[in-house]
Design a protein around this ligand. Sequence first.
Ligand code: 0RA
Length: 664
Amino acid sequence: MADLFQAALRPPDEYTAKDIEVLEGLEPVRRRPGMYIGGTDETALHHLATEALDNAMDEAVAGHATQIDLELDADMTVTVRDNGRGIPVDPHPRFPDKSALEVILTTLHSGGKFSDTAYRTSGGLHGVGISVVNALSAVLEVEVARDRTLYTQRFHQGVPEGGLAAAGRVNNRRGTVIRFRPDDTIFDQGARFSPARLYRMARSKAYLFRGVRIRWSCAAELLSGSPEIPETDTLQYPGGLSDFLDVTLGDRPRIGADLFSGEIASAGGERVEWAVTWLDGPDDGFVRSYCNTIPTPNGGTHELGLRQALTRSVRAYAELTGSGKKLAALTADDVLGGACAMLSVFMRDPQFQGQIKDRLTSREATRQVEQAVRDNLDHWLSAKPAVAGMLIDSIAERMEERLRRRRQKEVSRKSATRRVRLPGKLTDCTRTEAKGTEIFLVEGDSAGGSAKQARDRATQAILPLRGKILNVASASSDKLRGNQELNDLVQALGCGRGGQYSEPELRYERVIIMTDADVDGAHIASLLMTFFFREIPQLVENGHLYLALPPLYRLSQGGLTLYARDDAHREELLTERFSGRGKVETSRFKGLGEMPSAQLRETTMDPERRTLLRIEVPPRVNEAGCSMERQALETTVETLMGRKADSRFAFIQEKARFVETLDI
Ligand code: 0RA
């Protein structure tokens, strides 16, 4: 095999038409690697290994592989081997002249998941796909043992060097080997993997999925700088997340000897696993969450479920045992502050958000996690009254400490003279530093009134705007500068605009556009987004701009109340969540101003329960110099919002075929 591998370093003997097509397919990846792996630095380089390992992990999580090997050679070749089903080698249904394997390795986003029955839960889908690893490798070699036959194929910078070859018979082996050496010319520091980083990554995967054994091996000469990393190791942890917490916490003092841990699997192969313990003392703990073994450092819906379950269960237990008063002002942060928690979910077709997809947004995860953890914690607490008592005391202490700090801050804030002049219409929040605060831009005074009632005074500010604001894409610059409404807005934000923008002076962490769930609301939101994009683009680029998603309908039947965003969502809820028996009371909100403040809080403003959309824009420049994606966006904004009505008209005509229902 070593010889074959050497041979792969030679330039390909011949290019066929097929190869050229493939080259075109992966060319964007080589041209702009940053778009696919988040940069060209050391972290980005390690994404290649993560992706290869995630693919093998998928096969294990789906129940088809039990063993994975991860090897790092002295020349920075990485090998990932699994004993799964083997990547399919038969002709691909959509490209009959190519094997499925070749399509998976040379097509963006095919990722092997072209049939959604292949995986029950899948991490690789979230990743960029093994084709990206291929595109960015000087050499990639794949071996598949399937149906007693060994197949091999090699690629050079993503281009096949010949077709898939049957390389012999194998009797007692199946699975996939991916062996690659990243392309030195792509990465800033060349292809230099850190053995420690790879080892830790493999170890965390083994903790996260206790059904797998990962064998590690690394060329000895790479290990001189990291004595703590073994040359070879077998990573297998039957205790899963609990083992991880035990090892990580060592002998730091905890409340109670036993961890609170458990696992709930549903029939469809979806699973929730957790391990939680609380530190004894004032130190802060941590929450680490994962979906399909992929870290979600930015949390998301699954973490929300955990927070809700822990908070509700602790509160209920305190009330049950007569110490409810002690926890009267309890928040999720009080409960989680001292907790060390590991949460791992496995789900089919997970949805992620964010530039590096590190936040889970699948809605159903919240309910699944909350239910699983809640029931178990209720039992756990009642079964251990002594531990539960200590826990409640410790959480109460945290809560008291938080209240004390808040009172102190309020006193010091009131005595400080305010330096900034703020517009009269702004209802500011009481917290003075920007972190954790948000400003809601709302449509009209009546919605502003409701929002004021619904807000959290400490962290949420409200600025009502007078209906339709100026369209900055078609206004003259004089008109723009003289516009009181927009000047007030900039004043409230504190950060200045255009070339004067100053990030540290931005007075809020999030700027949230909250308009009615109707066409006028959508228009106002578009005008505001245009304003920010044109006048304060840095604010958008830095991820501060959001859209709130208020519901359009409230549906209730018996004790069940649900909110629907739009007509389609209402239909979905009516058929899936309500029973056919009995009437479902439906009310349609005419606007945010009409909505009772409790409902506005619950559906749209409460950070624990709402959904926000973050407005993301491509960066102005990227590795290739000027960003084409950004250019395209500028053009779209000009077409849709600019002065030329005829280009807008052309756009509408061209896109009309995508309209499914027209609500007029
Ligand atoms: C697509 C379909 C099937 C398996 C795989 C991909 C697969 C991909 C990788 C990547 C690394 N190891 C892998 N193992 C399997 C399902 C094939 C079938 O139904 O037999």
